[in-house]
Design a protein around this ligand. Structure first.
Ligand code: S3P
Length: 172
């Protein structure tokens, strides 16, 4: 694979879990943008938000995506807000980017107990965030993958199958 696969979607959409599964099946490397930021900054995302604010985190996120943009043969799991920075959305649109789409209730149930996510707040706030981002995910993606009722392995295989033949006769 002479390119990378990018996974986008709201918090709780399984970007990391599914990314790891794709990497396992394709025997290629997997990288999580949030982990990369935490490692390079030596600080949890929650603390970066708390100490420096969201705009600061968005700048780090944009720089991290750019730093990893030349990687090949990798699966890149992004953070849920990656698409709010227009530069990121433009880059992702030029790549093989998959939007992992789920119903809001499914996502909220997954993230509501998670203390490590600074933006997982009340039902109304998270709903507002979800609604404001849905179109951005769709616009930045190459393909939308509907997750409801499917296993992690099934979603990973659907993504891999959708790429079959895409790169034949191409310089990608
Ligand atoms: C965020 C999602 C998080 C993380 C940060 C901001 C967001 O990643 O990047 O807390 O704005 O939706 P996950 O989608 O992996 O939770």
């Amino acid at each position: 694979m002479n390119h990378s696969i990018y996974l986008i979607g709201f918090m709780g959409s399984g970007k990391s879990t599914i990314g790891q599964e794709i990497a396992r099946l394709l025997k290629c490397s997997w990288i999580d943008l949030d982990c990369y930021i935490e490692e390079t900054q030596q600080m949890p995302i929650k603390d970066l938000f708390k100490q420096y604010g969201e705009p600061y985190f968005r700048d780090l996120e944009c720089a991290a995506l750019e730093a990893l943009s030349n990687r090949k043969n990798s699966i890149v799991s992004t953070g849920g807000g990656i698409i709010v920075t227009p530069k990121n959305a433009v880059f992702l649109k030029s790549q093989k980017t998959f939007y992992l789409k789920w119903e809001f209730e499914t996502l909220f149930n997954r993230i509501s107990q998670d203390q490590s996510r600074p933006l997982a707040r009340s039902y109304e706030e998270v709903m507002h965030l979800y609604q404001s981002r849905e179109m951005l995910y769709e616009a930045a993606s190459w393909k939308v993958i509907l997750g409801e009722g499917k296993s992690v392995e099934a979603i990973a295989k659907e993504i891999i199958n959708s790429l079959e033949g895409v790169y034949e006769n191409s310089s990608y």
